[in-house]
Design a binder for this molecule. Structure first.
Ligand SMILES: [Zn+2]
Length: 79
C-alpha cells in the first residue's frame, strides 16, 4: 500500500492558468509568501514558477518573455 506524496504541509497553493512560464512552460505558479514584521505570513506580491522555481515580480513577468524594459530610469531624477 502506497501513500500518495502529492500533498505537503506547505501553505503554498499552485494556481493553474492558461498562461505558461516563458522559461520552462509550466502552466502553474505559486504566490511567494513572506513573514512580515508582525510575524504574519503574507503574500509578498511576487510569484514563483511551480516548475523552474524562478521568482517573478508579476504574473506578466512570468508568462511574458522579457522585452525592452519600459521603465524609464530618468523618472528617478525628478527633483
Ligand atoms: Zn518556469
Amino acid at each position: 500500500m502506497t501513500i500518495a506524496k502529492k500533498y505537503s504541509s506547505l501553505p503554498m497553493v499552485n494556481y493553474k492558468t492558461h498562461y505558461k512560464c516563458h522559461k520552462c512552460g509550466t502552466p502553474s505558479y505559486q504566490r511567494v509568501i513572506e513573514r512580515d514584521a508582525s510575524g504574519a505570513l503574507r503574500p509578498s506580491g511576487a510569484y514563483r514558477c511551480a516548475g523552474c522555481r524562478s521568482i517573478f515580480e508579476s504574473l506578466r513577468a512570468w508568462w511574458e518573455p522579457k522585452r525592452n524594459v519600459d521603465f524609464q530610469p530618468s523618472a528617478m531624477h525628478g527633483a
